[in-house]
Write a protein that binds this ligand. Structure first.
Ligand SMILES: Cc1ncc(COP(=O)(O)O)c(C=O)c1O
Length: 378
């Protein structure tokens, strides 16, 4: 672990191979976040009724430049779940309509969709994407088999959570556009992980987390909303809207930015987090990907279980791999408590998976150490 070299706050005693779950914040970014909090507390009224809005605009501009859209197409949320929930509750679907997703989507969001679908009598179709993934064409073809006359929405991850796979979603979005199907992309893991150009993708909605791979402070995420969708979209939480202090001309931004009193310091730290990322993390990204491939190869060579994907184009800085059936149920706790390794182990699709993340603070020794402990399973 090179925690000090890259100035992360992580506990050096732990071999941290789980950047994917909640990210990790470098010291300078965390300091900037606390500076915003102090600024707020020194003059809460001036800050929250005035200074805040310029800061939010600067955050939108810097993020828009990074993710490929206009600044007034971005709104901030604490997390992707809240962002997606705001979309779901704006959909004008009728009983019997279908929302198509893969069977690799994030569990909490499957639940968010399902709870709403029960009330609306909408059908959620989780199209099975068999593993191992091999070619883009086979992936697209298999997913689109789930489309029917009733499909009104496609919801899909660009990088999946539990299986850690990069889904090539461009052709799916193009197809959906031709069929007038609304596209919602879950890019929680994308910013700071793989290149992103939202306008080029052409989706209607895109959510991403800033606290994961961009290493921003916790509680910083965004939602891109295409201009046409902004005309009718309303927040789940209504507040002052155009009668508030926000000087922005767009009703959309006014409605979404102020949702009652809250601490937006994590949003305000975004320009600093992006600068930090570009200077200190991005230059080592290639090395992180190579390290992840090293982990993929090691897992593949040692365990006889089938990998989730063939070839390196499906993975970035996360790799998930099935562990043998006889892996002890408490193995995740053993790794942490006995060996000081933080790595997720969970059940997905009736298999026990381990998911390894590689970030700048990791090195080959971390993977070798993990493998030496994993080898004790057999
Ligand atoms: C693919 C994916 N989508 C959405 C989320 C939502 O995160 P949160 O629970 O912070 O809203 C996560 C979190 O890890 C994720 O991996």
């Amino acid at each position: 672990m090179n925690v000090d070299k890259y100035d992360f706050l992580l506990n050096k005693e732990i071999t941290y191979l789980n950047h994917g779950s909640f990210g990790a914040c470098p010291k300078p970014v965390f300091k900037k976040y606390q500076e915003w909090q102090l600024k707020l507390e020194r003059q809460p009224v001036k800050f929250l009724t005035n200074e805040l809005y310029q800061g939010l605009k600067e955050s939108r501009i810097s993020l828009a430049n990074l993710v490929g859209c206009e600044q007034d197409e971005i709104i901030f949320f604490q997390n992707p779940t809240t962002a997606v929930t705001n979309i779901i509750h704006n959909l004008k679907l009728k009983a019997g309509d279908e929302v198509l997703m893969t069977n690799h989507e994030y569990g909490a969001l499957i639940r968010a969709w399902s709870e709403w679908a029960k009330i609306k009598d909408v059908k959620i179709i989780q199209q099975e994407i068999p593993i191992p993934l091999e070619t883009e064409d086979a992936f697209v073809e298999q997913f689109l088999k789930g489309v029917s006359q009733k499909t009104k929405v496609i919801f899909i991850s660009q990088i999946t959570s539990q299986t850690g796979l990069i889904f090539p979603i461009e052709k799916i979005i193009k197809y959906a556009k031709e069929k007038n199907i609304i596209t919602i992309v879950d890019g929680a893991h994308v910013p700071g992980h793989i290149e992103l150009d939202i306008q080029k993708l052409g989706c209607d909605f895109y959510t991403g987390a800033i606290h994961k791979w961009l290493c921003g402070p916790k509680g910083s995420s965004f939602l891109f909303v295409k201009r046409e969708q902004q005309e009718t979209m309303k927040p789940v939480v209504f507040s002052w809207g155009k009668d508030g202090d926000d000087p922005e001309p767009s009703n959309f931004l006014q409605d979404f930015q102020w949702q009652g009193t809250r601490d937006m310091s994590a949003f305000l730290s975004i320009p600093f987090a992006i600068d930090f990322f570009k200077k200190n993390i991005y230059p080592s990204q290639k090395t992180c990907r190579e390290l992840n491939i090293y982990a993929y190869k090691n897992l593949n060579e040692f365990f006889t279980t089938r990998p989730l994907s063939i070839g390196s184009s499906w993975i970035g800085q996360m790799v998930a791999h099935p562990l043998p059936e006889h892996t002890p149920l408490n193995f995740k706790s053993v790794l942490l408590e006995k060996h000081s390794i933080e790595v997720p182990i969970f059940t997905w699709n009736n298999q026990t998976l381990i998911r390894v993340s590689t970030q700048v603070y990791n090195d080959k020794n971390d993977i070798d150490y993990l493998m030496s402990v994993l080898k004790t399973i057999n």
